[in-house]
Design a binder for this molecule. Structure first.
Ligand code: PEP
Ligand code: MN
Length: 263
């Protein structure tokens, strides 16, 4: 179902009145994690002003250490919904397990399946039953075929609204957090009709290099971007080193408009 041979034309995934995979590039931006009302609402206003069409922010965070901040859970989802009301930005947020899926689906416009859960087949089968688009991140060591098979699970279960997200794969270098596999963009667009977006933030892990990879992703044909923005990256509870300030985000958006139509 995910294959181009099944569906020759590119699929447009509708999120509210936005068209992901259409003519314009969509930028989804916001903090790694929802930390408090002030942080999220101010970030939402600033990324909207800079041209983002969707707001990202985790209320359930998959963290490497059990002692790290794991998110505000339902309180975070409520703050995301409030930011949507205030700005009109649609909300993409991660769902980590089937138990909390009904709650997340109540607040989210797009359900994000994180890289670590790409092959959580039970969760994939559960989101397949929900009438919300799914943003499926590529697993840190997943091949393109495995990634497309994960999309296949969601589609086989009845949900055809899948957006693929390349977020960097594990390689031998440790200067960058991951290795952004931009080759995946044209390759997946050849193999599949699904829209493909790129998350340069988690790929490279250092804010200074995010704009360059965002420009490269769009030049390579990505349908959108997922970018981390924090009002005060030094104080962020999660992923501060890769988060752009609102000022840097706005400058990046101006540069992107030179390359493609950015909504
Ligand atoms: C995220 O988007 O905050 C995230 C946890 O990303 P990934 O699943 O790609 O690591
Ligand atoms: Mn993050």
């Amino acid at each position: 179902l995910a294959s181009r041979t099944f569906h020759e034309e590119g699929t447009v995934v509708r999120v509210g009145d936005l068209e992901i995979g259409g003519n314009a590039v969509h930028v989804m931006a916001g903090p790694c994690a929802v930390e408090n009302r002030e942080q999220l609402l101010s970030t939402a206003r600033l990324v909207k002003e800079a041209g983002a069409t969707m707001l990202r922010g985790g209320a359930f965070k998959p963290r490497t250490s059990p002692y790290s901040f794991h998110g505000l859970e339902e309180e975070g989802l409520k703050i995301l919904a409030e930011a949507r009301e205030a700005t009109g930005l649609l909300v993409v947020t991660e769902v980590m397990d089937a138990r909390t899926l009904p709650m997340v689906a109540e607040y989210a416009d797009v359900l994000q399946i994180g890289a670590r859960n790409m092959q959580n087949f039970f969760l994939l089968k559960e989101v397949a039953k929900v009438d919300k688009p799914v943003l499926l991140k590529r697993g840190p060591s997943a091949t393109i075929e495995e990634w497309l098979m994960a999309a296949e699970y969601i589609m086989a279960g009845g949900n055809y609204n899948v957006i693929l997200c390349e977020r960097g794969i594990r390689s031998f270098d440790n200067f960058t957090r991951n290795t952004l596999d931009l080759t995946a963009v044209p390759a997946v667009k050849h193999l599949s009709h699904l829209p493909v977006i790129v998350d340069p933030s988690h790929a490279i892990g250092k804010w200074r290099f995010v704009p360059a990879m965002a420009r490269a992703a769009i030049a390579a044909g990505a349908d959108g971007l997922l970018v981390e923005v924090h009002p005060n990256p030094a104080e962020a509870l999660c992923d501060g080193p890769q988060s752009l300030t609102p000022e840097n985000f706005s400058a990046m958006m101006d540069d992107l408009r030179q390359i493609a139509a950015v909504m």
